[in-house]
Design a protein around this ligand. Structure first.
Ligand SMILES: C[S@@+](CC[C@H](N)C(=O)[O-])C[C@H]1O[C@@H](n2cnc3c(N)ncnc32)[C@H](O)[C@@H]1O
Length: 322
């Protein structure tokens, strides 16, 4: 019997792919897990296009605020990688607003649906900044909301690079359990790639892209960046022997004027190709991104939960169900 899942804020489906498993990334096979997605929604047309190109179950373009819980079928697990912009440390301008901001409040939509549907589990995900947002008040308030919806909650801050992902992305996962016995049995996955075994950025870099002019920043962009670099920490060239710094949805910008990681190849700065960005996030090469523009691809990719990280967490949840 499959474990039935509902996915809110599904985006292009990084979290969902990790939940389902059944894909290869670099040298490893991530086996299928016994989940089935029966309902998925996101309000972004482009991310949903990508989702629907890649999953058997089709998602809806829908604002979460317009979802009536009655339209959601009964399910065992609710997924919600809710929007992070308002909690993110990198989103300094405007300053972090936390849960008083409209987008920060979207997690209440997860709570609204949990209260009615009461699935056995939920998994919510967000940026590290959630832990300190609103002078440290947002996170305990969020956990309290989940608890008052009838859940025992475990949470953990993960660094994706410790789980076979070539990126130092740090994300908080909150897992909720209706039953105390499930809560007691569940253990977050242990790090698998510490130290020597860490996956480096080089493993997902396409050397042929070094030869294509379109990926390089213009001389003007580079000289502009170099002028402000000392005070703004821009132009963050990556060490190919280490996992990459966190990529964001801003990768689509063609300027160097952001804190996003970039490559320095033979003295010249270039951005990642969409496929490199997808691989940095641990999407397999079989995931189809081509039906939307490159800008939209970068955006959906930068927003996603790394599938490989999610797979490790979902696998632990399967153990609870055995
Ligand atoms: C952090 S991303 C989710 C990433 C996704 N879980 C994945 O792993 O690929 C947040 C998503 O929330 C969606 N979103 C933002 N506001 C929304 C709303 N009001 N209703 C539905 N979806 C919304 C965005 O389009 C975005 O895809």
């Amino acid at each position: 019997m499959k474990i039935k899942a509902v996915s809110l804020f599904c985006g292009c489906g990084g979290m969902d792919l990790g939940l389902l498993g059944g894909f290869d990334f670099l040298e490893n096979h991530y086996c299928s897990l016994p989940f089935q997605i029966i309902y998925a929604a996101d309000n972004d047309t482009y991310a949903t296009t990508l989702y629907n190109d890649n999953f058997e179950h089709k998602c809806m373009i829908k604002d979460v605020k317009d979802i009536n819980p009655d339209e959601i079928p009964e399910h065992d697990i609710l997924l919600g990688g809710f929007p992070c912009q308002s909690f993110s440390i990198s989103a300094q301008n405007p300053p972090r607003l936390g849960y008083t901001d409209e987008r920060g409040k979207l997690f209440f939509e997860i709570v609204r649906i949990l209260k009615v549907k009461q699935p056995r589990f939920f998994i919510a995900e967000n940026v590290k900044g959630l832990l300190s947002a609103n002078k440290g008040k947002a996170f305990p308030a969020i956990i309290e909301e989940f608890k008052s919806s009838g859940y025992y909650v475990k949470y953990k801050l993960f660094n994706a690079s410790h789980y076979g992902v070539p990126q130092k992305r740090e994300r908080v996962f909150m897992v909720g359990f209706k039953e105390i016995t499930d809560y007691d049995r569940f253990e977050f996955p242990e790090s698998i790639t510490l130290g020597e075994a860490i996956v480096n950025l080089e493993s997902v870099i396409n050397k042929e892209a070094h030869l294509e002019e379109k990926w390089y920043f213009s001389e003007k962009a580079v000289s502009g960046m170099l002028k402000v670099r000392h005070k703004m920490n821009k132009g963050r060239e990556q060490n190919l022997q280490k996992p990459c710094n966190t990529i964001s949805s801003h990768l689509s910008k063609v300027s160097l004027n952001s804190t996003d990681p970039v490559l320095k190849i033979n003295g010249r700065y270039r951005r990642f190709t969409p496929l490199e960005a997808a691989n940095i996030q641990s999407f397999p090469n079989t995931f189809r991104f081509s039906s939307v523009s490159e800008n939209r691809q970068y955006r959906a990719i930068g927003n996603a939960v790394p599938p490989v990280l999610m797979w490790h967490i979902a696998k632990q949840l399967v153990k609870v169900c055995e």
